[in-house]
Design a protein around this ligand. Structure first.
Ligand SMILES: Cc1cc2nc3c(=O)[nH]c(=O)nc-3n(C[C@H](O)[C@H](O)[C@H](O)COP(=O)(O)OP(=O)(O)OC[C@H]3O[C@@H](n4cnc5c(N)ncnc54)[C@H](O)[C@@H]3O)c2cc1C
Length: 395
């Protein structure tokens, strides 16, 4: 690897940024990684995440072997090798099974554990916390990133993995960088359920299910940790606990309630929205909530990149992950597509960093090729997720 080429600057140490950092570390490519948050625990991390069969081998090939080998310790439930097996859609008013699709190889993981593993794994990634990118400028050899605290760092190229409200995207596409709100409200809670409360839900599927209802209320339910994972399996059976997430959503329409600010009002709204939901699930939510339960609100938005090439400053700057394809979570594909991006991008970076001198024309060509594939894939996946989201709410 050449010593004189400046590092890759990764902006954002979310799921995608940490995968890229580990992938570059594995390949000996120099990098610096910057994150706006002060630490990994600054924010709640957003529940579980489905890893799809199409991206899993690529993810494992990106990561160092020691991280990959440990990856599935983040499964929410290791039973059946963590495989979700089927995707179940219910009529959420009656509990009646509407559709059950075979989904071989799909696994549900705890995203907090995944992120921590990528931060600490294989000797760890040295994230520069508390660094908010505000702008970047070109230099003769590459690019300079400017941060809100007045610091600046030079690199060979900059990768924006800074999520839904990406600053890198805003600089690249000043006219239309804003994500588009999809007209759906969503609330979510985490609950600790006893065996009695969860039993009817486990009978539907051991990991997750979702569905719509004639009232227009959609519900997504998923296990975040089974007793085997959270340690309560070692206790008496009545002490076993299942940590789960439940999200409910409904279309923004005339007469439909919007999401209030206070937690108290959100609790009230969540329970009101669930009054006509399948009784075992409603019971689980009502009885699983405590005075400490926090009801979160999720903004549903997406963003499709322009179809024509843009000025990537001769390959000095590019984007990946949610910055490149913000999509609704209804197909569970956002992170999985970030993995596809990074698989392609890392191949390009390996090629760029394989020669002993700076070669700006090679960088420009390879980054443009990476972006060409992104432009081809992104509208399809973003629009399919939006369509799935709207269909779920259209009974
Ligand atoms: C409720 C929910 C469920 C989901 N379920 C799934 C699923 O099952 N499967 C799936 O594949 N995907 C799922 N997703 C989508 C998935 O979470 C995202 O696609 C994935 O996290 C994208 O990773 P990322 O690194 O691009 O962005 P993020 O993980 O959002 O990371 C971006 C990082 O950049 C940092 N940052 C932002 N601005 C700056 C700045 N100016 N300077 C420095 N740092 C900055 C942020 O603090 C953040 O840490 C879900 C999303 C939600 C909300």
């Amino acid at each position: 690897m050449n010593d004189i080429t400046p590092p890759v600057l990764i902006v954002g140490a979310g799921m995608g940024g940490l995968v890229l950092a580990q992938a570059l570390k594995k390949r000996g490519i120099p990098f610096l990684i910057f994150e706006r948050d002060q630490s990994i625990n600054s924010r709640t991390q957003g529940w579980g995440l489905t890893l799809q069969e199409f991206s899993t081998p690529k993810l494992l090939s990106l990561l160092p072997d020691t991280v990959g080998a440990n990856f599935f310790s983040a499964l929410v439930d290791p039973t059946h090798g963590g495989n979700q097996r089927t995707m179940v859609f219910l009529n959420m008013a009656s509990g009646e099974l509407m559709v059950e699709l075979s989904v071989p190889g799909r696994k549900r993981l705890d995203r907090i554990k995944m992120r921590q593993m990528m931060l600490d794994g294989d000797g760890g990634v040295d994230v520069q916390w508390g660094k908010t990118l505000v702008s970047y400028t070109t230099t003769e050899r590459g690019i300079k990133a400017n941060f809100a605290d007045g610091t600046e760092y030079e690199g060979g190229l900059l990768v924006g993995l800074d999520g839904v409200h990406s600053v890198v995207r805003a600089v690249l596409f000043p006219e239309h960088a804003k994500p588009v709100r999809v007209p759906v409200h969503m609330l979510g809670v985490e609950l600790e359920l006893t065996r009695e409360l969860i039993s009817p839900l486990l009978e539907v599927n051991p990991v997750m299910f979702l569905g719509g209802s004639p009232t227009g209320v959609c519900v997504f339910y998923a296990v975040l940790s089974s007793p085997k994972v959270n340690g309560t399996a070692a206790l008496a059976p009545e002490e076993h606990r299942w940590h789960v997430q439940v999200n409910i959503s409904w279309l923004k329409a005339d007469g439909a309630p919007s999401v209030p600010e206070s937690n108290e009002a959100r609790v009230e709204l969540l329970l009101e929205r669930m009054t006509k939901v399948w009784v075992p699930l409603r019971n689980a939510v009502e009885k699983g909530m405590t005075s400490k339960t926090v009801v979160g609100s999720v903004t549903i938005a997406d963003w499709v990149i322009p179809e024509n090439p843009w000025d990537n400053l001769d390959g000095r700057v590019t984007i990946a992950g949610d910055a490149a394809h913000t999509m609704t979570m209804f197909r569970g594909e956002g992170f999985n597509n970030a993995v596809l991006d990074l698989h392609n991008l890392v191949q390009a970076l390996q090629e760029i960093y394989s020669t002993p001198t700076d070669d700006a024309s090679k960088r420009a060509k390879l980054i443009s090729e990476y972006e060409e594939e992104l432009r081809e894939r992104r509208p399809r996946v973003v629009l399919a997720s939006r369509q799935q989201c709207l269909m779920m709410h259209d009974w």
